[in-house]
Design a protein around this ligand. Structure first.
Ligand code: SF4
Ligand code: SF4
Length: 100
């Protein structure tokens, strides 16, 4: 039963919380489903400066052997930060589903 909390209580008096054992991790959730806009990689324009990869909050721009690869669309949420930082417009944002 939860106790009514007040500012004089110590942590020892707080009601114990629950623990979720089957929460998994972000890799198991396809957060790309949330996307409204989708980044398109224009490989022919890319100068491989790699400015885009570290700013992606979802680690959705893989880099291998010093080169960026295609987007990880399972996890990209379409925030467009990568497109903002690209100095040569090698990333175009389009409405989700328009390229299919
Ligand atoms: S649109 Fe946002 S989430 Fe998707 S790859 Fe670019 S920076 Fe990452
Ligand atoms: S920021 Fe633009 S030019 Fe630089 S690696 Fe990314 S896509 Fe290529």
């Amino acid at each position: 039963m939860a106790k009514e909390m007040n500012e004089t209580m110590t942590w020892k008096e707080l009601t114990a919380g629950g623990t979720i054992h089957t929460s998994g991790n972000a890799e198991n959730f396809n957060t790309g489903d949330w996307r409204v806009n989708k980044p398109i990689f224009k490989e022919d324009k890319c100068i491989q400066c790699l400015l885009c990869a570290p700013v992606c909050p979802d680690t959705s721009i893989p880099v291998k052997d010093g080169k960026r690869l295609e987007f990880d669309y399972d996890h990209c949420k379409g925030c467009a930060i990568c497109a903002e930082v690209c100095p040569v417009d090698a990333i175009e944002m389009i409405p989700e589903g328009q390229d299919e």
